[in-house]
Design a protein around this ligand. Structure first.
Ligand code: ADP
Ligand code: MG
Length: 443
């Protein structure tokens, strides 16, 4: 059914049940696409106007949105109208993109980058569960919602123009000379004309987005001129992720692997320690400490733990602590400042006996573990960074009975697959059994 675009007296354009203001452009896409601020059913919406020449794109975009938008981290679709020239798609109105956030055009002190990335990943996982590959994941296509009642905002996956539903081979198509996506964010296998793109192409682009956000605007494959070339040759540089982002570094490194089968599945990405809360991280480290602390402890385990020592203890971990904290530690026993094991031991003991500490020392450690960030610069914060680093040295450990240990977050061969192969069951994606093949991602 074709409607007619009518210009109203105040300059608003009405097409069927959609209204928009042609002067309020929210964004421009490719191939003549414009996004305007508008109204539908008495609410603010974004109206994406796509040329009818791109009819298959618009129709498919809407079809996939209808199927998948029931997720808080996927852009919500309301309605589509058309006239002779255009398709008009009414979408949930958003205040910014992740690109705006990184560029500093959108500022929200309450917004936590890791939370945004986690939400975007949840949205993507939802698509992947429906066997939809997005194929154009980049900061422009992750939108930030309007604030909810409590002022909270959500990150959402948007722009389904290039999405492809696995299994429906006929739907496969491409927009720009055979290659879908945006240069600089495209997985290498897509550039090489591999048509059997799997969800791994999105994991690749998402890894670049993680890096871009956490390093405040740096791409792991360099400046825009050399980017796609570097992607093709697998040359990335993660040094812009500093000491604080060391956990992120270990994840991004896996996500941007040139070989798609070495990238973690989307589900596994969400299981990485980057998304662990502090409480969970602390509990994990404590458990590890219990394991390695026994006199007759597992020698191989201890050896593996100490292998990452240089980066963790940096000579002597005592020296990273405040004098008062060092003193407090000395009061109870001697800890070897060159050992990771003793660092863990100290952490565990402090956690156990936290309530017995004098108030001033408690304040120095910070309230365990949730206030650690606020009590900065506290020596405990420093310990915490050391400990986050430490999770790197656990990466090759296999800790029996601990399904969430980093050794388990990544199991190879569980990436969602193209139509020709059978889809792994959900239980494979969330595998926690001991039979899976583990990839050692120790650096
Ligand atoms: N729902 C929305 N709310 C606010 N701005 C939007 C919305 N959708 C898109 N935009 C803006 O318009 C730009 C282009 O839209 P997009 O759907 O990505 O089009 P294209 O498929 O051509 O890339 C986005 O990068 C964003 O800046
Ligand atoms: Mg876009």
């Amino acid at each position: 059914m074709t409607a007619q675009a009518v210009e109203l007296e105040d300059g608003t354009v009405r097409v069927g049940s959609i209204f928009f203001d042609p002067a309020q452009i929210l964004g421009k896409g490719c191939e003549g696409t414009f996004v305007f601020k508008g109204r539908f059913d008495n609410r603010d919406v974004a109206v994406k106007r796509v040329l009818n020449a791109d009819i298959s794109v618009a129709d498919r975009e809407v079809e996939l949105l209808r199927e998948s938008d029931e997720h808080p981290n996927v852009i919500r679709y309301f309605c589509m109208e058309q006239d002779r020239q255009f398709r008009y798609i009414a979408l949930e109105f958003c205040q910014a993109t992740l690109q705006d956030y990184v560029d500093g055009r959108y500022v929200n002190p309450k917004l936590d980058a890791i939370t945004m990335l986690r939400q975007a990943t949840l949205g993507l996982l939802h698509l992947h569960t429906l066997e939809i590959v997005h194929r154009d994941i980049k900061p422009h296509n992750v939108l930030i919602s309007m604030p909810g009642r409590r002022g909270d905002v959500r990150a959402m996956i948007s722009d389904f123009g290039l999405c492809k539903k696995l299994k429906v081979g006929r739907m496969s198509f491409s927009r720009r000379s055979g290659v879908a996506g945006t240069e600089g964010w495209i997985a290498p296998e897509m550039m090489e004309g591999d048509r059997s793109n799997t969800c791994a192409v999105d994991v690749f682009s998402l890894g670049c987005v993680y890096h871009f956000v956490l390093s405040r605007g740096h791409h792991p494959f360099g400046d825009s001129f050399h980017r796609q070339g570097n992607i093709q040759s697998g040359r990335f540089d993660l040094s812009r992720l500093g000491e604080r982002e060391v956990t992120a570094r270990s994840l991004v490194e896996r996500m941007v692997q040139r070989d798609p089968s070495r990238r973690p599945p989307t589900q596994a990405v969400l299981r990485h320690p980057l998304f662990w809360g502090r409480e969970r991280a602390l509990a994990f480290l404590q458990d590890v400490s219990d394991r390695v602390d026994k006199e007759d402890g597992d020698a191989a385990l201890v050896e593996s733990l100490e292998r990452g020592r240089a980066e963790v203890v940096r000579g002597n971990w005592h020296e990273w602590l405040d004098e008062k904290v060092q003193e407090d530690l000395r009061k109870h026993r001697t800890y070897n400042g060159r050992q990771v094991r003793d660092l863990l031991r100290a952490l565990r003991n402090k956690k156990h006996h936290y309530n017995e500490l004098p108030e001033d020392i408690k304040a120095m450690y910070g309230r365990i573990p949730d206030q650690v960030r606020q009590v900065s610069p506290s020596p405990f914060t420093r310990v915490f960074y050391i400990l986050r680093t430490l999770s790197l040295s656990f990466s090759s450990l296999w800790i029996t009975g601990y399904p969430d240990s980093p050794a388990w977050w990544y199991t190879a061969g569980t990436q969602c697959t193209p139509s020709s192969q059978s889809q792994p069951s959900r239980s494979t994606l969330i595998r926690t059994s001991t039979s899976s093949r583990c990839v050692n991602f120790e650096t």
